[in-house]
Design a protein around this ligand. Structure first.
Ligand code: NDP
Length: 501
């Protein structure tokens, strides 16, 4: 067994291997941190948080800037670790890491503007008060991350929590521990204090983090695990942020640029081997362009080959158990009368799944209702955009979505009950750091990214300061009858007009 330098495993202590999903080879061996280990990390983080939160925004931004530069300089090395643990092509790894760096820059650069104490109107009744609010760090944030975007996804919490002045203890997925450790190692190199630490292990280590006394737990992963995390955190009233699964729809209107829509659909469905929370899984196409659209997506997708060949655009399915889920969804669609116009049951191999396009699939098939997380898409013909909107909204998941339309993209987008929509593009919202990212329903709640993502890791501290004696002394036992009458008059003047008499 290899014992990594960054994460030494004591002799005889429990450990686990991280594997290269392309070959099954062991990448490295890491310790399974237990409850006591996690508590030690959180205690260390709490001490570091005192120092970190005491710095000015500029001082924190300087240090996060140093980390950002280091990660950028070693981007190729990071992409290499990402490819080894997830199997994703080097180019995809680079893109993912680049987007994460951009978010780190935005979060540290905007924290002061979004969070610092600022004045708010105090209103007529409290006109003698100066009212201000500041968003202060919570303390120590626990972050639990998935394996599919092992840098970009957790960094949506880590970068924003750190920028807001918190310390972070991160538990990466058991499939991608080396990536988490790489991030923590470079942070320590740049900053020098345990403000950002990593604990490694399996689900129990994540569960221990939920119960470790952290001040908030940011979870990204499946809806099922999200429920367990929430239940564990409820024991200590630890607040949670849940970024869970999706079953995102792409809508194609009759006036859409069909080449762009086909390109977006195929990349959105098959990019990262379909293992994208906001990936395209459902497609609703206007009947007037349905046949033409099908020809275009088959044409585009049939040139793609999932393999471990150098230069392949689609890598393996990272988590072996996911292959069965993908197979079951395709089988269910076919058994219920659907057709595969590309791929199908035979496209599902041991480690690799070839692009699969399903049509004529009944609405109760899991290919429509459950997250597949593979390079597949299920396509349906719709009579109108009203039908497309209704079917998109008819899902227990509600994360992202995409609309292709030349004339009414915004009109359609505004009717979708989802957290994010990209018009004439796919998943573009994730790359805009100033936009909040997150879902509703079974896709979770709370937001990473943008001002909302910074505030997510803070609490609001409201302060009023008396500027002058009040015109109406109301908050005293010396309140006079006259003051009460004047209050009544003022209320009638302010709020009593309009409506039914
Ligand atoms: P899982 O839910 O299996 O695991 C997520 C994390 O939770 C892992 O670190 C896992 O550890 C940990 N974990 C497992 N059991 C527990 C537990 N009882 N208590 C605490 N933590 C636990 O998800 P995947 O890793 O398979 O990730 C894929 C899922 O993530 C998909 O559903 C995808 O849609 C979703 N996702 C959502 C995103 C979003 O922003 N909405 C973004 C990216 C992915 P271990 O791996 O060691 O078991």
């Amino acid at each position: 067994m290899t014992i990594t330098e960054e994460n030494p495993t004591a002799a005889g202590a429990p450990s686990f291997d991280s594997l290269d999903p392309r070959t099954g080879a062991v990448v490295a061996t890491h310790p399974i941190h237990d409850e006591a280990d996690v508590r030690v990390a959180v205690a260390r983080a709490r001490e570091a948080a005192t120092w970190w939160s005491g710095l000015t925004y500029a001082e924190r931004a300087d240090r996060l800037g140093a980390w950002k530069s280091l990660v950028t300089q070693r981007l190729d090395e990071l992409a290499g670790v990402m490819s080894a643990e997830t199997g994703k092509p080097h180019g995809d790894a680079l893109l993912e890491a680049a987007l994460a760096i951009d978010h780190l820059a935005w979060a540290s650069g905007h924290a002061k503007k979004v969070l610092k104490r600022h004045k708010v109107p105090s209103g007529l009744v409290m006109a003698n008060q100066k009212a201000t609010v500041e968003f202060r760090p919570l303390g120590v944030i626990g972050v639990i991350g998935p394996w599919n975007y092992p840098v970009f996804t957790p960094m949506g919490s880590i970068a924003y929590a750190l920028s807001a002045g918190n310390a972070v203890v991160f538990k990466p997925s058991e499939y991608t521990p080396g990536i988490g450790l790489w991030l923590a190692k470079t942070f320590t190199e740049a900053v020098g204090k345990p403000v950002f630490q990593v604990v490694t292990g399996l689900g129990e280590t994540g569960s221990a983090l939920c119960r470790s006394g952290v001040d908030k737990l940011a979870f990204t992963g499946s809806t099922a695990t999200g429920k367990k995390v929430m239940a564990a955190c409820a024991e200590s009233l630890t607040p949670v942020l849940i970024e869970a699964g999706g079953k995102d729809a792409l809508i194609v209107d009759e006036d859409a640029d069909l080449d762009a829509a086909a390109d977006g659909a195929v990349w959105g469905a098959c990019g990262n081997a379909g293992q994208t929370c906001a990936g395209v899984e459902r497609v609703y196409v206007h009947e007037k362009v349905y046949d033409e659209f099908l020809v275009k997506i088959v044409e585009k997708a049939k040139g793609l080959q999932a393999s471990d060949d150098e230069g392949s655009q689609i890598g393996p399915i990272t988590m072996p158990s996911q292959v069965d889920i993908i197979r079951r969804h395709i089988d269910d669609a076919i058994a219920k009368g659907g057709r595969a116009i590309l791929g199908g049951p035979e496209a599902v191999g041991d480690r690799f799944v070839q692009p699969t396009i399903l049509v004529d699939v009944p609405a109760d098939s899991t290919a429509w209702t459950e997250e597949t997380f593979g390079p597949t898409m299920t396509v349906a013909k719709v009579a109108s955009m009203d039908e497309a909107v209704a079917r998109t909204n008819d899902s227990r998941y509600a994360l992202g979505s995409a609309v292709f339309s030349k004339s009414r993209g915004m009109q359609i987008a505004e009717r979708l009950r989802v957290g994010m929509t990209s018009i004439n593009g796919v998943i573009t919202f994730a790359g805009v750091p100033s936009l909040p990212f997150g879902g509703i329903g079974d896709s979770g709640f709370g937001r990473i990214h943008g001002p909302e993502g910074l505030k997510e890791f803070t609490y609001a501290h409201a302060i009023t300061k008396q500027r002058m004696k009040p015109l109406l002394a109301l908050t005293t036992f010396d309140r006079t009858e006259k003051a009460e009458q004047q209050l009544g008059k003022m209320m009638k003047m302010l709020h009593g007009r309009g409506g039914k008499k």
